[in-house]
Design a binder for this molecule. Structure first.
Ligand SMILES: NC(=O)c1ccc[n+]([C@@H]2O[C@H](COP(=O)([O-])OP(=O)(O)OC[C@H]3O[C@@H](n4cnc5c(N)ncnc54)[C@H](OP(=O)(O)O)[C@@H]3O)[C@@H](O)[C@H]2O)c1
Length: 389
């Protein structure tokens, strides 16, 4: 019997990697739902190729303009996850959330109850809404799998030894600017910042890798997912990105997890989780990469955003403000409205604004509180750049 898959964010980099794995095993897996924000042409092709009968186009204007086009192919189009499940109860074997940004949170909260297994790459929603996600996972007995490669590695390494962790090292590639002083690249254009040395990813996460914000997010994500204290996690730069996580245990043992720099490894292992039967086609142990292993302590002058890790992340509005400020700054940078250096400088300044700091001890009660704060941050950043242009 085939296993049903719901794939959120199918038109993005992670979504397409998941599809390329599922394409090779149509006998065992049947995709039942695909989603996009606004890439109507791509999702149309995907729906035809995988014979998917239901899709979501989240962008309201695109939805209204295009939903009729799908009718001819007998594909039902919705504009939200809630609408998809109005009259259904059947759970998927696996839901994959590959949406980017904080907008991935609400779809997760609406789909967990319809999923036996829930694998998520969308780090922003874990950072901002972990408490809400956790309570849905518990309520509906949904099995959780982190897909970020570092967290997938920790999760695999921890299956037995969770209680004995002394320290976890999250490896960072250092991004395209590891060997540059920040001053030299202060006006660097997005096309260079988008060129990650090891990974092919979506635009937003590529910029986050260059600034090291991605690693800050991953530390916060790991603290939440694995219920650790932040002192148990360190960042270590490993330019070849072959090792994804290192765990040092109290008993003196240290475990490393290595795999090629492709997200297909965690995604495929999540898809084939049940029987643990995945056989990676290009599986070749790369000792040359291990011979050249090189670990470097991160330099706070080059990556000033790392100081953000001194904040206490305790499921308050701080996480939402941080993620939304970063979304807004990266968007402005990608649209060539602000220079590269401004992502760093404005972030540090904005986080200290009393307009935001007064919320750092306050906890959002629900998804609507989170959405309201996201709007406020966006409005504030718009005004800020009008005045400080
Ligand atoms: N790429 C990687 O190697 C990698 C590794 C680890 C973790 N992650 C995390 O995985 C997530 C996805 O990354 P990615 O690189 O695959 O991103 P991406 O290529 O930009 O794709 C994002 C996907 O989310 C959809 N989306 C964007 N905004 C949305 C919104 N407001 N509402 C609903 N859907 C929306 C996009 O639809 P459209 O096509 O219509 O824009 C697309 O399907 C991110 O959270 C990232 O941090 C990525």
């Amino acid at each position: 019997m085939t296993k049903d898959i719901f794939l959120l964010g199918s038109t993005g980099s992670i979504g397409e990697t998941a599809l390329s794995i599922l394409k090779q095993d149509k006998k065992n897996f049947k995709i039942k739902l695909l989603t996009t924000n606004s890439n109507v042409n791509k999702i149309y092709k995907q729906a035809i190729q995988f014979n998917v009968r239901e899709i979501v186009i989240f962008d309201k204007k695109k939805y209204l303009k295009n939903y009729k086009k799908f009718k001819f192919k007998k594909i039902k189009v919705y504009s939200s996850i809630k609408d998809v499940f109005k009259n259904k109860k059947k759970k998927s074997y696996l839901t994959i959330n590959a949406i980017s940004g904080i907008d991935g949170l609400e779809p997760s909260l609406n789909i967990i109850k319809f999923s036996k297994n829930f694998a998520i790459a969308n780090k922003e929603s874990i950072i901002c809404g972990w408490n809400f996600l956790k309570s849905e996972l518990k309520k509906y007995k949904t099995h959780f799998i982190p897909l970020d490669s570092e967290h997938f590695s920790i999760w695999s390494l921890l299956k037995e030894d969770k209680k004995n962790i002394k320290k976890i090292y999250l490896t960072a590639s250092g991004g395209p600017f590891l060997n540059f002083n920040l001053d030299r690249i202060k006006n660097i254009k997005p096309k260079y910042a988008l060129k990650h040395p090891n990974w092919k990813m979506g635009k937003k996460i590529s910029i986050d890798s260059a600034t090291m914000m991605n690693k800050i997010f991953e530390v916060i994500e790991a603290v939440k997912i694995f219920d650790l204290n932040s002192k148990q996690i360190d960042i270590i730069i490993h330019p070849k990105s072959y090792i994804h996580a290192i765990i040092n245990f109290n008993n003196g043992l240290t475990k490393f997890l290595a795999h090629d720099t492709t997200m297909s490894v965690p995604i495929a292992n999540a898809i084939y989780l049940e029987k643990n039967t995945y056989k990676h086609k290009k599986n070749k142990f790369n000792y040359e990469k291990l011979n050249g292993i090189n670990f470097i302590k991160p330099d706070f002058e080059k990556f000033p955003l790392l100081k953000i890790l001194n904040y206490k992340f305790n499921n308050t509005y701080l996480e939402i403000i941080l993620v939304s400020l970063n979304d807004a700054l990266v968007k402005n940078y990608l649209e060539n409205k602000i220079p590269y250096i401004s992502i760093h400088k404005s972030m540090v300044k904005l986080l200290k604004k009393p307009y935001f700091t007064k919320y750092y001890q306050v906890k959002p009660r629900n998804i609507n509180d989170i959405k309201t704060m996201v709007k406020r941050v966006n409005q504030y950043v718009d005004e800020y750049f009008k005045v400080n242009a």
